[in-house]
Write a protein of this length. Structure first.
Length: 451
């Protein structure tokens, strides 16, 4: 070995991160009780990225793998990703709760509450890519540049819960260090200070090829004028037991999993009405078929309530300002004696973000299925499909203002204006939706769906 080269990626979380362990809901931790991301997981997502986006590069040449002739050994070493805890404090994970949705009924399953730990936005993660001996500098530099572009463009995401908006990182900098092991000083630094010496900043350029991407972004903007609610347990300022929306440093939010469940249950009804096989729903939304586990084609994000305000009620005989409801006996339908439920209900503005990713390995064009997704979001924006819990009390109505479709696949953008219970769009936008509808209709009429 005459040369050793290391590229150190210094990243910052721009979405929550979840690196799951064998214990359900727990983070993977090292012997010092600090969370980390396994190096083979990092290698796995890098390999998948090159296999999908850079098929002209034989990634097995660098990361190894089985070929037709034999098994290639990896030339690159990728270290575990270490979380750099802010201010060197003891790590305390954030906790996210969710509710499992019954896709047939569209309501929460009994006993369907779950929670998991995650790493919050803003925390930092470092990992190294190292190579020894046969080092072709320009070749490896090009490879690292493409990895950097994949991270910046969010083609490379890390960990679990990816389809719920997790795993996005931004690059703070990449440091490159070359050790010439035939040089005495370099050799001594390699032996004694290998991990502490970072080297020089590695400069890279974003690949303009990705500007013409394979992504469709759909954004629904509006507000909850009458309040939105979910039954997560919490304490109010007076230490009284209440239930309401989850809240973190960014504010009140509705989990991406709740939006996913709502979209999926409504999509399942539309698929059933159109005689589209359940298998396509599973592949599109994510889940397990008899063939394999599918990650899904849609990515969701937590929906944050901006300019949030609590719904408050002034009472002459009590200092309780939260809405209070009688608890109903589900068996008899009557009011339960001395049983009340205190809600924390929040109103404010919100944006619902979805992202569709068209993948090159797809044997059918799942973009057809965007048409029913757009119709479901339109109906949410018109107040026909409420969000959250206690919707029978008038909560969760979303008053949409605009539904925007940014179709990067064909470089078009269309907006649907939502007002007074009506949706309107221009002629170009109408043609776009009619085309999606006709393509889906043709797919249903073709024999493939019923095969």
């Amino acid at each position: 070995m005459s040369k050793f080269v290391r590229y150190r990626f210094k990243l910052k979380a721009k979405s929550p991160l979840y690196f799951g362990s064998s214990e359900k809901g727990e983070l993977l931790k090292d012997s010092y009780d600090k969370p980390f991301l396994m190096g083979n997981s990092i290698a796995g997502v890098i390999r998948s990225y090159f296999e999908l986006e850079h098929k002209d590069i034989d990634i097995k040449k660098y990361l190894g793998g089985k070929t037709q002739e034999d098994f290639k050994e990896s030339k690159l070493r990728i270290t575990d990703g270490n979380i750099k805890i802010s201010n060197n404090e003891e790590f305390k994970p954030e906790i996210k709760e969710g509710t499992k949705i019954d896709y047939d009924t569209g309501v929460a399953c009994d006993g369907g509450k779950y929670q998991f730990n995650y790493i919050p936005i803003g925390e930092k993660l470092d990992f190294d890519i190292e190579i020894e001996d046969k080092y072709i500098e320009n070749e490896i530099d090009d490879l690292v540049e493409k990895i950097a572009c994949g991270i910046e463009k969010e083609y490379i995401t890390f960990g679990g819960q990816i389809n719920n908006g997790f795993g996005k990182l931004e690059i703070e900098k990449i440091m490159k260090k070359v050790y010439d092991l035939t040089n005495k000083k370099d050799f001594e630094n390699f032996i004694k200070k290998r991990d502490s010496v970072e080297g020089e900043i590695f400069k890279y350029q974003l690949d303009s090829r990705h500007e013409e991407n394979n992504i469709v972004n759909i954004v629904l903007e509006g507000s909850f004028p009458y309040g939105v609610y979910q039954s997560f347990e919490k304490k109010d300022e007076k230490d009284k037991a209440v239930t309401g929306l989850q809240k973190n440093k960014q504010g009140y939010y509705i989990p991406a999993t709740s939006i996913r469940g709502l979209i999926r249950s409504n999509l399942a009804r539309l698929f059933k009405q159109s005689d589209i096989k359940d298998e396509y729903l599973t592949v599109f939304m994510g889940g397990k078929t008899y063939k394999k586990q599918h990650r899904g084609k849609l990515k969701f994000e937590d929906v944050y309530i901006n300019e949030s305000k609590k719904i408050e009620i002034n009472r002459m005989d009590s200092d309780e300002t939260n809405p209070v409801y009688n608890k109903i006996d589900r068996l008899t339908g009557g009011v339960m004696n001395s049983a009340c439920i205190t809600h924390e209900e929040i109103k404010g503005k919100a944006r619902i973000n979805l992202q569709f990713v068209k993948k090159q390995e797809d044997d059918i064009d799942y973009k057809y299925f965007l048409y029913p997704i757009i119709i479901i979001l339109r109906n949410i924006g018109l107040g026909f499909i409420p969000i959250g819990g206690a919707t029978n009390k008038g909560l969760g109505e979303f008053r949409g203002e605009k539904l925007t479709i940014e179709d990067g696949i064909i470089s078009q953008e269309h907006s649907i204006e939502l007002k007074d219970g009506k949706a309107s769009l221009n002629e170009e936008g109408r043609k776009y939706l009619v085309n999606l509808k006709n393509e889906l209709k043709q797919f249903i009429e073709d024999g493939d769906n019923n095969g």
